[in-house]
Design a protein around this ligand. Structure first.
Ligand code: GAR
Length: 189
């Protein structure tokens, strides 16, 4: 059984979708949720779904091995970033080489980098009158949104689309593809 730790900073609807997907799996289980945000919606979801949630501070995450020790004690095999907004520090990347996956709500390499998350991404896409957007699932390295791409899916946009409607289209793609792509990547390695 491969163990996943989910990192999320906000609502956690992707985290919940992933937890449901692996609930009856013989190969993969979600054993932990970690968040940097003490008021994140994902905390309530974790409680409801019976998955332990840990809140960590900036210092614990970026300037110590506290989070790594927690993950290792939990025998974590893979880390999945599902709406997680902080840059992953080098010590964590070294501790889980090739075993950290992120989802980004746009078609990288466009609309990536520091500050490009959630609504900021969708507003930029709409402001640039893009004819499509989508999702990118990728490995994580020490730079925002620059790790090797595993999978992308697109959705068409029209002139009528707003940041909210783009967010909805992108979320639909995330729910449809993210869990299965995680599963395939874990089973392949
Ligand atoms: C998702 O759309 C995810 O792609 C995005 O945050 C949202 C979280 O939604 N991630 C980023 O922007 C990372 N740069 P959720 O909390 O409902 O799963």
């Amino acid at each position: 059984m491969k163990k996943i730790a989910l990192f999320a900073s906000g609502s956690g609807s992707n985290a919940e979708n992933i937890i449901h997907y692996f609930k009856d799996s013989d190969a993969v289980e979600v054993t932990l949720i970690l968040t940097n945000n003490a008021s994140a919606g994902v905390i309530e979801r974790g409680k409801r779904l019976d998955i332990p949630v840990v809140v960590f501070s900036r210092n614990n995450f970026s300037k110590s091995d506290t989070v790594i020790r927690l993950l290792k004690n939990n025998e974590t095999d893979w880390i999945i970033l599902a709406g997680f907004l902080w840059l992953v520090p080098e010590n964590l990347i070294r501790a889980f080489p090739g075993r950290i996956i992120n989802i980004h709500p746009a078609l990288l390499p466009k609309y990536g980098g520091k500050g490009m998350w959630g609504h900021h991404v969708h507003e930029a896409v709409v402001n640039n009158c893009e004819s499509e957007s989508g999702i990118t699932i990728h490995h994580v390295n020490e730079h925002y949104d620059e790790g090797e791409i595993i999978f992308q899916a697109t959705c068409p946009l029209t002139q009528e689309d707003t940041a909210d409607s783009v967010a909805q289209k992108v979320h639909e793609l995330e729910y449809r593809y993210f869990p299965a792509v995680i599963e395939a990547e874990i089973l392949r390695n």
